[in-house]
Design a protein around this ligand. Structure first.
Ligand SMILES: Nc1nc2c(ncn2[C@@H]2O[C@H](COP(=O)(O)OP(=O)(O)O)[C@@H](O)[C@H]2O)c(=O)[nH]1
Ligand SMILES: [Mg+2]
Length: 198
């Protein structure tokens, strides 16, 4: 059932470089363009606050939302959009890397994967980078409503070899959103241990 998990949401702003020194816990959403980041944020917050677009590669800034004056959700620009010039792809990396490595209150990184498309080379590169830098990552499988059973089985198999926790979601049908909201809520606590979350 659809319900509001969080009450008060404030759009902090769009940034070219995310503020690394924030005083509250931060949760980051990243993944390839069009994977469903903005839709997922809207589903979690139960309002249309993040822009959803049919054209991939629209969000090129870092959008920050403050929730219940308790934590921040950070919507990163999508990567792996072929129509962008190579220099844009490189320009994406530096400020993001800088932010992820220096954010003082970063709690979890949600890496979104389209269930039907599965893990692409750009996701793999990014996942390796996250692992190398010891950043707590949870995979969010998106658009499960669009994936067949065989797509889902194939994608699950690919993820299980990575040994990373994952949550299956559909923003359209509000599936898995409660679990994600719960995870965010729990991970605000400094003593939270991701390996114990199920
Ligand atoms: N069927 C389906 N479509 C979705 C879902 N989530 C997002 N989309 C669609 O996927 C497209 C890209 O979504 P968006 O949230 O803008 O992706 P972003 O580029 O990662 O922020 C839009 O056309 C959305 O309507 C979902 O759960 N199910
Ligand atoms: Mg977006």
């Amino acid at each position: 059932m659809k319900q509001a998990y969080f009450k008060k949401v404030k759009f902090v702003g769009s940034f070219l470089e995310a503020p690394t020194r924030l005083e509250l816990p931060q949760f980051v959403f990243c993944g390839r363009s069009n994977v469903g980041k903005s839709s997922l944020i809207n589903a979690i917050l139960n309002q249309k606050i993040a822009k959803v677009s049919k054209t991939p590669g629209k969000t090129t800034t870092i959008n920050v939302f403050l929730v219940d004056e308790k934590f921040y959700l950070v919507d990163l620009p999508g990567y792996g959009f072929a129509k962008r010039s190579k220099s844009m792809v490189n320009a994406w990396q530096k400020p993001i890397e800088n932010y992820l490595l220096n954010a003082n209150m970063l709690r979890l990184i949600f890496l979104l994967i389209d269930t039907k498309i599965s893990i692409m080379p750009s996701d793999e590169i990014f996942l390796n980078w996250l692992k190398y830098n010891n950043l707590s990552t949870v995979i969010v499988l998106t658009k499960i409503d669009k994936a067949s059973q065989s797509h889902l089985a194939k994608t699950k198999k690919a993820i299980e070899t990575l040994n990373i926790k994952y949550i299956k979601t559909s923003s359209t049908y509000h599936k898995g959103i409660d679990k994600l909201a719960q995870l965010i809520e729990q991970a605000c606590d400094i003593s939270f241990n991701l390996s114990l979350f199920s």
